[in-house]
Design a binder for this molecule. Sequence first.
Ligand code: IPM
Ligand code: MN
Length: 368
Amino acid sequence: MKLRVVVLPGDGIGPEVTAQAVQVLQTVAGIHGYKFDFEEHAIGGVAIRDFGSPLPRKTLDACLASDAVLLGAVGAPEYDRLPANQRPEAGLLLLRRALGGYANLRPAISYAAIEDCSPLRSEVVRGVDILFVRELLGGLYFGEPRGFATTSNGSSIASNTMVYTVDEIERVARVAFEAAQKRRGKVTSVDKANVLETSQLWRQTVTRLAEEFPDVTLNHLYVDACAMHLITNPRLFDVVLTENLFGDILTDEAAVITGSLGMLASATVGGEVGLYEPVHGSAPDIAGKEIANPCGAIASAAMMLRHSAGLEHEARDIELAIQNVLEAGYRTADIAAGGHASRTAEMGELICEAVTEIADMRYAYHAV
Ligand code: IPM
Ligand code: MN
């Protein structure tokens, strides 16, 4: 098994967390005798600083030639004043479009060991296991026309366009239905069909596609109601399917259920090359302090093995390792509730050890 991985550490805590994810992947490779090659490139603010562009040509070419891309985070306060298309975030959006993955999978899982970290009551979050399927290449993020202009009376206006084609809706909806078939058989499609035409088309298209999946139950929710149900009764949800911006917002909200945004992983599928990134951002306030939670990045690496390498067992081993380390009581600062906190690298090391232990146990089991 060979896998060529491009690592894009990016800004803020990105380098700290991706370093741990790479360690875990190397541990898996060592155990099973796989060959994972890692090549590091610049994206985001560091790429603007070093190469004058948030997505240098060299980075893009390397990503397109790879089997999978592991990204840390982009975004740096020193570039906040730049126009949208020159900011660090523009590098990520260009990369997403170039890789072509349109379905962004974001699991939100409440681990029993840290259910106390959620500001929501334990009985509300216990057992929550939601898979968000966020459309990633359409809607307001990419719609044209967009930009700034000046009206005839001299005042500034800005506009963005929310646009979806039937094909764009159908392909991402298909991912959601297929995921639901392997889970608890339920898709909640989220829109704003009481106001927006794009949402009306979204709802019609998803409803029509549902006929192909008689074993999946489909229901629809308006995004405002969904935002409320997510924190009042998150166990209602299995797979949540939604458009780009709604998905961006709802997945940050869902992080509250899991206890920390640092726990959330993501995989972007559907394109030639898979893109894997933790949901948390660059967190400049804690960057360089070695206190960031690497679990989101490590869980993203697990998703990489699942979706880009077909290594389902190895992916599960990593996910179980994260769970075991949490159950053993180890915490990074964001989930320590004021108690003892492990540093980023320590947490990564513990997860590597747990991965090795799990593999050893499986070997011992098969050996008897
Ligand atoms: C995310 C982030 C990005 C997004 C930003 C950094 C462009 O918030 O992945 O959720 O809005 O998609
Ligand atoms: Mn976001």
